[in-house]
Design a binder for this molecule. Structure first.
Ligand code: UDP
Length: 317
């Protein structure tokens, strides 16, 4: 089976490419490399450096393809608040173009990178897939709009689709081409920032007065390798005319201070930190209910927070 991986040179997409190849899939990549890195693309794969917004680029990328894993898109909450139009254009218009080109090319299978940001501030945790969707930022709104487009596409054109709503993805994968890891600039995510913290430039703890046991935000972290395992299980379980939505996390929560403690243990020294004001738009607690993915896909995440921290540390050492 040939899989088109959009965003296949980014952190999560490049990990998907590597694991899919190991499992015997043929791969095509479409990426404009605005945030991805062309050097992650393995030699010999079909790699089109092009735009999701270009009908020609997407049509070319779809040649000979049986299914699409759609990772390409803008993914920073803070940036989305500053540039909502850019997020709408790249994420929503780009996905619209992808769906139209899939239809034109007769490609009917899709696994999409959605987000827990579609839920917004949860009324209940753990969060179920049936929870209300009230995104609190443009990034989450674009992911929800795409999920809704895919539902309509399954109903009207009969595609087989799954949206995977990621909680906090972390960790890294050592490939034959070196570590595939987060290489964002600037880096906004907690674990890489914690592991790069120095006494001159300590990692900021965004808010110490949240209504949680230690006053810092709680998130649900899932290792990128477990995440891709769920993508493959979702791909293999797709059914025509059905759009399934699955939460992907670990089902467990860690506070910012607990992540820092795990990182200090892994690094072998106390990570320097600076207590700082809350970051705008952060909910206090986000934890996934992952029973649907466990029960319907037979998926079980196996890498804990220690492994996520250790792999990230190894990738930047
Ligand atoms: N966070 C922090 N310092 C940082 C980056 C993040 O305290 O340098 C906190 C952030 O406020 C949130 C958690 O760590 O509570 C996870 O943030 P991240 O940006 O990694 O992921 P998000 O939950 O925003 O998707």
């Amino acid at each position: 089976m040939r899989v088109l991986v959009t965003g296949g040179t980014g952190y999560i997409g490049s990990t998907a490419v590597d694991i899919l190849i190991t499992k015997g899939y043929e791969i095509s990549i479409l990426d404009d490399c605005t945030t991805g890195h062309a050097d992650t693309a393995p030699a010999g794969v079909s790699f089109i450096q092009g735009s999701l917004l270009s009908a020609g680029d997407v049509a070319q990328a779809l040649v000979g393809v049986d299914a699409v894993m759609h990772f390409a898109g803008k993914s920073l909450v803070g940036e989305s608040v500053e540039k909502p139009d850019l997020y709408h254009q790249v994420n929503v218009d780009g996905s619209r173009n992808l769906l139209d080109q899939m239809h034109a090319s007769g490609v009917t299978k899709l696994v999409f990178s959605s987000s827990a940001a579609t839920y917004g501030e949860p009324e209940q945790v753990p969060i179920l897939e049936t929870a209300p969707t009230k995104p609190t930022n443009p990034y989450g709104a674009t992911k929800l709009a795409i999920d809704q487009m895919i539902t309509a596409e399954a109903e009207s054109r009969g595609i087989a689709a799954a949206s995977l709503r990621y909680f906090n993805v972390a960790g890294a994968l050592k490939s034959s081409r070196g570590w595939l890891a987060e290489r964002h600039n600037p880096e906004t995510h907690l674990i890489p920032n914690v592991l790069r913290s120095t006494s001159d430039n300590p990692v900021k703890v965004f808010g110490t007065d949240w209504p949680t046991p230690d006053g810092t935000c709680i998130r649900d972290y899932v290792h990128v390798v477990d995440l891709i395992d769920a993508h493959i299980k979702a791909l293999e379980s797709l059914a025509p005319k059905i759009h399934e939505i699955y939460n992907l996390g670990s089902g467990d929560g860690y506070s910012v201070r607990e992540v820092i403690a795990a990182a200090s243990k892994s690094a072998g020294y106390q990570i320097p930190t600076l207590d700082s004001p809350r970051r705008a738009g952060d909910p206090a607690v986000l934890i996934a209910d992952i029973n649907k993915a466990k029960n319907k896909l037979g998926w079980v995440p196996t890498h804990g927070i220690e492994k996520m921290v250790a792999d990230t540390l190894a990738s930047i050492s």
